[in-house]
Design a protein around this ligand. Structure first.
Ligand SMILES: [Zn+2]
Length: 110
């Protein structure tokens, strides 16, 4: 577990990152599999790559909003947050299949 603070429109936002193990072949989050076979793609010589990632979720984006305008503002605020993340060296990993989106720090950003 790690922590990073970014500033969005003057507001400090703390991010909690967590260690992620993913397959170098399929980029699937593979958890802590003990042998060298990836449970995602089945590759036998799969290499686990470990990084400190941040998980962005869309599920609660509209939490607490009561109007369409509130919803639009929530999206605009989140868009600013994501653009600041990008400026700070974070990039998207994989393609979303649900409301979880994993962001990882690029080498340039470390
Ligand atoms: Zn794999």
């Amino acid at each position: 577990m790690g922590e990073e603070t970014i500033t969005v429109d003057g507001e400090q936002i703390s991010l909690t990152t967590s260690e992620t193990r993913y397959c170098s072949n399929c980029e699937e989050d593979v958890g802590s599999f003990m042998d060298s076979t990836c449970p995602g793609c089945g590759r036998e010589d799969s290499v686990r790559v470990i990084s400190e990632d941040y998980t962005e979720r869309g599920k609660f984006l509209y939490y607490g909003t009561g109007t369409i305008e509130d919803m639009a503002e929530a999206l605009e605020k989140r868009a600013k947050f994501l653009r600041v993340m990008k400026e700070n060296g974070w990039e998207r990993r994989g393609v979303a299949g649900d409301d979880y989106s994993r962001l990882t720090k690029t080498k340039e950003g470390l």
